[in-house]
Design a protein around this ligand. Sequence first.
Ligand code: 3NM
Length: 207
Amino acid sequence: MKDFRLYAITGEQFHPGRDLLEVMEEAIAGGVDIIQLRDKDSSREEVLRKAKALRELTRKHGVTFIVNDYIDIALEVDADGIHLGQNDLSLQEARQLVGDKIIGISTHAIEEALLAEEQGADYIGVGPVFATKTKVDVVDPVTVAYVQEVASRIRIPFVAIGGIKLSNVDEVIAAGATRICAVSEIVGSADVAGTCRAFLSKLEGRE
Ligand code: 3NM
């Protein structure tokens, strides 16, 4: 997969009254490389509608588009890839279904990370680095020290996630993360594009 630095996930609860597409368009203007549609609250029909719209937007801007939970929708809208949780179908099963599309998987322990690598994941999520309220069934924070362990042991791309803010991202980068994912800090920002640019400046060592 094309390498990436900044990965944004949708979280409509963080921008009440603001349109999903408008917020994600700002994130794209700010330089995000990947957008993931993550929607645990809407009907399948609604998710499909959003996926179609985000596919069109991301394609126009050359941004990678990933769908969480709905492999069928990812295939239907020709997303670039899917994102799995630990309790979803296995990587082997997912690979059968999506062929050479990107497959990412959330991992919360080194055993899960090593297994995902061995089973052919294209990237892994590593988190939650810090406490977060965005994911309801989330495990305890894995800590920045754990990010360092992953950085030294895992060869496939990994993206640090969970409670990451502009105010704490420096220590995540110092631990060896070169790719960052955030939900609330990006989509809940009063200046979505500016927040993305600030994350990228830090990731690129310009600040
Ligand atoms: N996955 P925020 S943490 C979607 O650890 C998600 O796998 C996580 O949201 C994981 O940036 C998380 O608002 C929520 O904390 C991240």
